[in-house]
Design a protein around this ligand. Structure first.
Ligand code: VGL
Ligand code: ZN
Length: 242
């Protein structure tokens, strides 16, 4: 039934949020859309050949993020790239576990580990960034997963959940307080990086169309749930300021 004079609670709440977000001088902490300023960094996760079609751990349609990331990248003064970077024989590779196949699980000293096809080996073509990735203004590249016995999905903390990569300290020293995370793969390296960014106290956003997922046994749905629980905001390209 039509109730023309009833106040819709949802629009009231949404309107209030917009007012808070746009009031001059308000802190950005409660915004649903990121402001892009000198304290904001775009974190581009693992846009590497091995995660794109034809690569050794190809993410379906992984290459489609390149154009999206290039287009939004120009709006950010601060851009950081992560690069999955494993020595040959890395413990996250199924080939390092006799009798095991890619995508099986094993127990590592730091917990369960998905076994992957060999990928992103130091200096290989597969470890290189996608050739069409055009972010010449990117300021730093954080490599991860280089310790032979320990994986690192997150750009901040290795899979032992104790060893920092240095990215947290770098962003802190540069007074970055807001992170917009994009890249590959949504349910692994993007998800873990975004959660750790939020845990490090950064206001953190993930741009949906600028990511693609592997999606193993419900990992994509779980990643979005875990990111939301960590306070990560899921946004669309259209939510970014022009
Ligand atoms: C990744 C699996 C193994 C990722 C990296 O970039 O999401 N996934 N290594
Ligand atoms: Zn890897």
């Amino acid at each position: 039934m039509d109730r023309p004079f009833a106040i819709d609670r949802r629009s009231l709440v949404a309107g209030a949020a917009v007012l808070v977000a746009s009031s001059p001088g308000s802190s950005a902490q409660t915004q649903d859309r990121p402001m892009i300023d000198a304290r904001t960094a775009l974190i581009v996760v693992d846009v590497q050949n091995d995660f794109c079609p034809g690569g050794r751990l190809a993410v379906p349609r992984g290459d489609e993020v390149v154009a999206v990331v290039n287009a939004i990248g120009t709006r950010f003064a601060n851009v950081v790239l992560t690069q999955d970077w494993h020595p040959a024989g890395h413990k996250s590779f199924a080939s390092s576990h006799p009798g095991k196949k890619p995508f099986e699980l094993v127990d590592m000293p730091y917990g369960p580990q998905v076994l992957w096809p060999d990928h992103c080996i130091w200096n290989s073509e597969g470890a290189a960034f996608h050739p069409a990735l055009a972010l010449p203004h990117a300021q730093t590249i954080v490599r991860k997963g280089y310790r032979p016995e320990v994986d690192s999905y997150s750009g901040f903390l290795e899979a032992d959940r104790r060893t920092p990569t240095g990215l947290g300290g770098y962003l802190k020293e540069r007074a970055i307080t807001r992170a917009v995370v994009v890249g590959l793969a949504t349910d692994f390296c993007v998800g873990w990086t975004a959660q750790d960014a939020a845990k490090a106290g950064l206001e953190t956003f993930v741009v949906e169309e600028a990511c693609r997922a592997i999606d193993l046994n419900g990992s994509l749905a779980k990643a979005w749930t875990d990111m939301a629980a960590a306070g990560v905001k899921r946004i669309k390209v259209a939510d970014l300021p022009a």
